[in-house]
Design a protein around this ligand. Structure first.
Ligand SMILES: Cc1cc2nc3c(=O)[nH]c(=O)nc-3n(C[C@H](O)[C@H](O)[C@H](O)COP(=O)(O)O)c2cc1C
Length: 192
């Protein structure tokens, strides 16, 4: 598939079946993330793959517990596959995906967020090429900001000067692939 085809095919998926992705595919997706452009060439982001559906769900519930809906009143994201913003009955911020990659950034590094989302974008594109469903999820720092979260970070040996920035959830859906979104008019200019 051509790169532009993959870019346009990729959509955020928010309903997952129980089917797990292979470990080999997860490794390839993480490799794509680790190869992303990064500020100063420092390769500071740390990528942790959780290839375990029970643990992924636990973290998805923690992610949703920290969600402050009041900040987004009136927003609407998707009619095809409602997001946590659209549907207050959604309790798992990872929508039942069986795997997740957590992207950690070095605290106090000014480009930690930019670096993390470059990794995330590479990963969702690699997932699309493998026909794996994905979605970028935010609220990384908040997700691990209590005793339950801190315990996991200790278990995984995450350095003290790192905290989570965002997530890429991974899996398969039984739903129809959402159609490509048209690009909103007026966003592109080329100056000769
Ligand atoms: C910085 C960023 C944060 C996002 N956070 C979330 C999130 O927490 N939950 C979610 O369901 N989708 C999240 N998304 C996915 C966007 O909602 C999605 O990309 C957007 O609606 C466009 O739809 P598409 O990805 O299907 O083209 C995030 C995307 C980005 C780039």
């Amino acid at each position: 598939m051509e790169l532009m085809e993959i870019i346009k095919k990729r959509r955020s998926i928010r309903r997952y079946s129980d089917r797990q992705i292979s470990r080999r595919d997860m490794e390839k997706i993480i490799e794509a993330g680790a190869a992303a452009p990064n500020a100063g060439g420092g390769q500071r982001s740390i990528l942790v793959g959780v290839h375990n559906s029970r643990l992924t769900t636990q973290i998805g519930l923690m992610n949703m517990k920290k969600f402050d809906r009041s900040k987004l009143a009136g927003s609407y994201v998707s009619r095809e596959q409602p997001s946590v913003i659209d549907d207050p009955s959604i309790r798992n911020g990872f929508y039942g995906a069986p795997s997740v990659v957590i992207i950690f950034g070095q605290k106090n590094f000014m480009f930690r967020t930019a670096d993390a989302f470059c990794c995330a974008e590479n990963m969702v594109l690699q997932a699309a090429e493998l026909d794996i469903a994905s979605c970028i999820i935010s609220r990384g720092e908040e997700t691990f900001s209590d005793e339950e979260g801190e315990k996991l970070l200790r278990e995984w040996d995450i350095p003290e000067n790192y905290s989570a920035v965002c997530f890429v959830i991974l899996g398969y859906t039984d739903d129809k692939q959402p159609s490509s979104k048209p690009i909103r008019q007026g966003r592109i200019k080329i100056i000769e």
